[in-house]
Design a protein around this ligand. Structure first.
Ligand SMILES: Nc1ncnc2c1ncn2[C@@H]1O[C@H](COP(=O)(O)OP(=O)(O)O)[C@@H](O)[C@H]1O
Ligand SMILES: [Mg+2]
Length: 246
């Protein structure tokens, strides 16, 4: 089998406390996981269990204290800042709960922005294809304020897809959407796992979690359980057990 896209071994991360009243917080306590090409993996778990921190460490947005994170064959901790930024640009897209669009730019301009910022040639075809993939070809001239929440998240996803990343990370991508709109967004993320692309998503949504090939249940910074092709009911049960034994 080919090398996994992401491989972490015994990953640890502690946030330093800010004074005597606030002790250090041990957030990740020995995470070992792999994500293969083309896979969709959901991460669920109680609030504060370290889901976002894990996503940030896997994507090079946060440093880690010990253990290993290999992304497309590169150990992240061994990379200098410039090399890490370049690796991230080549391989990673990130979707946030809050869309993070630039209000003064149109949908098309928002989608083309990462390439412009990286001083790369903006490939119109990639932008067109991304707009088409998220079903917003007829909204390309609209600004975020003229779009619904679901449409804004589509623009944010198109902005990621236009870069043809190997991995899309998403932190609660449906957290500020109603459930029907959220379900559309999730189907879009699921559909984007073609062509060897992987999606790693943090979510509270049981249906969302169950769309994934694998669900990792986090508790207290450790992987408490792993489910394959789970039903929403099975995900709920695993989360309930993780809470009850926390
Ligand atoms: N920058 C930070 N500084 C200090 N503590 C943090 C920081 N980010 C997160 N934490 C703490 O780490 C723990 C896990 O946070 P997080 O990864 O955001 O959890 P989740 O996404 O599962 O809700 C929480 O106790 C949180 O307060
Ligand atoms: Mg979080």
């Amino acid at each position: 089998m080919s090398e996994p896209l992401i491989q972490t071994v015994n990953l640890h991360k502690t946030f330093p406390g800010t004074g005597r009243k606030e002790p250090p917080v041990s957030v990740l306590r020995g995470i070992t996981l792999t994500v293969h090409r083309g896979e969709m993996v959901s991460i669920v778990g109680p609030s504060g269990s370290g889901k976002s921190t894990l996503l940030y460490c896997l994507s090079g947005l946060e440093s880690y204290d010990s253990g290993s994170v290999r992304l497309a064959g590169h150990e992240l901790a061994a990379l200098r800042r410039g090399a890490l930024a370049s690796l991230r640009r080549r391989h990673i897209g990130f979707v946030f709960q809050s869309f993070n669009l630039i209000p003064s730019l149109t949908a098309r301009e928002n989608i083309a922005l990462p390439a412009r910022l990286a001083r790369q040639r903006v490939d119109r075809k990639n932008v067109d294809r991304a707009l088409l993939e998220v079903g917003l070809s007829d909204r390309e001239r609209h600004r975020p304020g003229q779009l619904s929440g679901g449409q804004q998240q589509r623009v944010a996803i198109a902005r990621v897809l236009a870069l043809r990343p190997d991995i899309v990370f998403a932190d609660e991508p449906t957290g500020s959407l109603d459930s029907a709109t959220g379900a559309d967004i999730l189907r879009l993320l699921r559909a984007s796992t073609g062509e060897g692309r992987s999606v790693v998503m943090v979510t509270h949504d049981l249906e969302a979690a169950a769309l994934a090939d694998r669900v990792l249940v986090l508790r207290d910074g450790a992987i408490h359980d792993e489910l394959r092709r789970a039903t929403p009911e099975q995900v709920l049960e695993a989360i309930t057990v993780a809470r009850a034994t926390a």
